[in-house]
Design a protein around this ligand. Structure first.
Ligand code: AMP
Ligand code: MG
Length: 515
């Protein structure tokens, strides 16, 4: 059924802060359940992203009364206002196995709000507004529908930090918490993060209808997704194939950005893969400290399925699962396969660009170079891995190496204490590569490199320190991290502690899935 024959959008949802429409319900009742949020007792507005608010033209609340109103609204306490809230149904492959039906077990979609200026909002005119942790839904299975404070702080901080790093991601508007006890391995307290994204559709939404043999519903979902997210291919003769190609093309640069900033998602199940190709669902994620290509922060992933080095291959695997789900509509297995195989080239092109920028190389001078940049990059990664050098610091300091290759900074050389000769050999090759550049050109490259190699990322130990304080009611460190990570490429006075590698006694940066 073409979209225009579906029921028209409901009237705007009246919400004291946001005018919203509930567009998703146009798809029909089998895609969602009406699910008013349960809210939080005595909610407190703890964190707020003015940048995310600006996407929707929202003014951050000013004064205690206004803040309290936000706390009530964005905890889901004004359930009467959220009468049109829904949770959606999806399925997924988890750790390579078919997991069957999942769905929004603790997410409430309030509706969609209009972007203030789509040009400032990744080109998207409508953004879904979703509460995470506001209580059980029909898809909660054995879960309680809640999210604990520590995982909510991590999701809030990382969403906004990733955006500032230039990584496509869902956004976090605010974090509200409460004394409501929540049982995990121990007793903790509940929080709600309000997330924003043009769409929270996942590969798993398509898998759900495809595996159930519900091809008419699947077709409707494809038409809806194309119309909402990829209108440029709306006239395609094979919309499902066109959609697959778009998702492949959108996913590849996101994964390349993850690799370049040293982000490990931790749970790349198909239900955590966004149809926009954006980063979604921050759980047991981590940033690389000492470089280990096999690093995963997720203690449940004993095989390292979702380790840093495997993320590109897993993304391709997940895209194959999406292709499989869309196959009944695509109708041509080879075409579906070919669409997914485009991932490798798209990823490598984005990765080449990303690593060249990190190393101060430019694609257009590659032809005159003494060796291909890929060889230089590969051996750099080998050197980093052998030395267990800190990912963020070793790249950040490279700008000064490129500026003055004859006198690399001692902190940089110290990172390679275990392999001094190897580091010296690699440096000589980099020098040869930059040979033709005068001092002004090298300074220019160094400036560009500082915009590719962040000074600050959300290192695990920093998040843990901020969480430990927040659990005692002191959010000062979490707020400082939020402020500094907004500008990750700018060195900020007094924040040297946030740029440093973790102390040796910080413990391994690992996490369980419990959240
Ligand atoms: P995740 O690993 O966080 O991506 O979640 C996988 C599935 O479990 C999704 O369907 C979630 O909605 C659901 N889920 C995770 N935690 C909870 C919870 N505390 N209560 C209900 N459902 C949950
Ligand atoms: Mg998830």
């Amino acid at each position: 059924m073409p979209l225009d024959t579906l029921t028209p959008p409901q009237a705007d949802v009246a919400h004291p802060v946001l005018a919203m429409r509930q567009d998703f319900t146009r798809l029909g009742s089998e895609f969602h359940s009406a699910t008013p949020p349960q809210g939080l007792p005595h909610p407190r507005l703890r964190m707020l992203s003015a940048d995310a608010a600006a996407l929707l033209g929202l003014q951050p609340p000013d004064g205690d009364d206004a803040r309290q109103r936000w706390a009530e609204l964005f905890s889901g306490n004004r359930a009467a206002l959220d009468a049109s809230a829904i949770s959606t149904v999806y399925a997924g492959h988890q750790f390579g196995n078919w997991a069957g039906q999942l769905g929004d077990g603790r997410a409430h979609l309030l509706g969609e709000a209009r972007a203030d200026d789509p040009r400032q909002a990744m080109g998207h005119a409508w953004w879904e507004v979703q509460l995470k942790g506001a209580g059980a839904t029909p898809y909660s299975r054995r879960g309680d529908g809640r999210a604990v404070l520590r995982s909510s702080i991590r999701e809030f901080l990382c969403s906004e930090a990733m955006h500032a790093l230039g990584v496509p991601t869902t956004r976090a508007l605010c974090l509200v918490d409460s004394d409501l006890p929540v049982r995990r391995e121990s007793l903790e307290t509940a929080a709600v993060v309000t997330r924003l994204s043009p769409s929270f559709l996942r590969f798993g939404h398509f898998e759900h209808f495809s595996h159930g043999g519900r091809h008419e519903a699947l077709r409707r979902l494809v038409d809806y997704t194309v119309a909402r997210l990829y209108p440029a291919v709306a006239e395609s003769a094979n919309p499902a194939l066109a959609l697959l190609r778009e998702v492949v093309a959108a996913t590849a640069p996101t994964i390349a950005r993850w690799q370049c900033v040293g982000f490990v998602h931790g749970v790349m199940n198909t239900d955590n893969m966004s149809m926009l190709g954006w980063t979604i669902d921050y759980g047991p994620f981590g940033f690389l400290d000492a470089f280990d290509p096999g690093y995963t922060p997720n203690t449940s992933d004993s095989w390292g399925r979702y380790a840093w080095a495997r993320q590109p291959a897993v993304a391709r695997w997940n895209l194959l699962a999406l292709a499989q789900a869309l196959l009944p509509l695509i109708g041509d297995e080879q075409a579906a396969r070919d669409a997914v195989e485009d991932f490798a080239d798209a990823f490598m092109a984005a990765m080449d660009r990303g690593m060249q920028a990190k190393l101060g190389l430019r694609a257009d001078d590659d032809a005159a170079a003494p060796e291909p940049d890929r060889d230089l990059v590969r051996d750099w990664l080998d050197l980093l891995a052998a030395s267990r050098a800190d990912w963020t610091l070793s790249h950040r300091l490279l700008a000064r190496v490129v500026e003055q290759p004859e006198a690399p900074p001692p902190q940089w050389l110290r990172l390679f204490d275990a392999w001094p000769q190897r580091a010296a050999d690699w440096l000589a090759r980099l020098r040869a590569r930059l040979h033709g550049l005068d001092a002004a050109a090298r300074a220019d490259r160094a400036r560009d490199m500082l915009r590719s190699n962040p000074c600050y990322v959300l290192r695990h130990h920093l998040g843990q320190q901020a969480i430990a304080l927040a659990r005692q009611g002191d959010f000062s460190e979490a707020l400082r991290l939020h402020r500094v990570l907004r500008k990750p490429f700018d060195e900020q006075p007094g924040c040297e502690d946030l740029a440093a590698a973790p102390p040796p006694d910080a413990g391994p940066p690992v996490l369980s899935c419990s959240s």
